[in-house]
Design a protein around this ligand. Structure first.
Ligand code: COA
Length: 129
């Protein structure tokens, strides 16, 4: 949750995560694990809810919340549970935001036609903290 230092009860933003998977098909090749390429579905963490109060949008808080989710996935989830990708189902208005901060749109016609297209980040391809 994004809350002010002042300690009042305002919630300025939040992000929630859930277990998920992504069906990559042949859209994305894992070059660090040849054997994994015979699978089409990969375990993932999904951004279930993400929002920043409209009064403070555009100041980097959405990006910071997603970076926090990446941190949790890499630090707390990946060492214990199979998990390779951070995924989201993007509202039309948020697609440019996700791409701007490093997500890839799943490259299938079906996905591009979806009301909420799937976007993803390969958590193994990020620089170490
Ligand atoms: C999407 C949302 C979380 C972004 O939060 P934010 O705090 O405004 O985003 P940031 O300020 O961290 O933006 C990060 C980058 O994305 C860009 N960006 C943000 N929103 C954008 C948009 N709608 N279109 C294009 N670019 C956008 C910013 O310009 C910034 O780029 P920069 O680093 O080059 O300046 C916020 O707009 C929101 O809560 N929207 C309503 C709910 C929603 O759509 N949630 C997503 C559910 S899928």
């Amino acid at each position: 949750m994004l809350v002010p230092d002042s300690g009042d009860n305002t919630v300025w933003g939040y992000i929630t995560l859930m277990c998920s998977e992504i069906k990559l098909g042949n859209t994305h090749t894992l070059d660090d694990c040849e054997a994994a390429n015979r699978y089409s579905d990969f375990p993932s963490v999904k951004i279930a809810r993400l929002a920043v109060d409209h009064r403070i949008q555009g100041r980097g808080y959405g990006d910071a919340l997603v970076q926090f989710a990446v941190f949790i996935a890499r630090r707390n989830i990946m060492p214990r549970i199979g998990c390779r990708f951070l995924v989201a189902e993007s509202k039309a208005g948020a697609l440019n935001f996700y791409q701007r901060i490093g997500f890839t749109v799943l490259d299938t016609e079906k996905n591009k036609q979806r009301r909420l297209p799937v976007v993803f980040i390969d958590l193994n391809k990020l620089h170490s903290d």
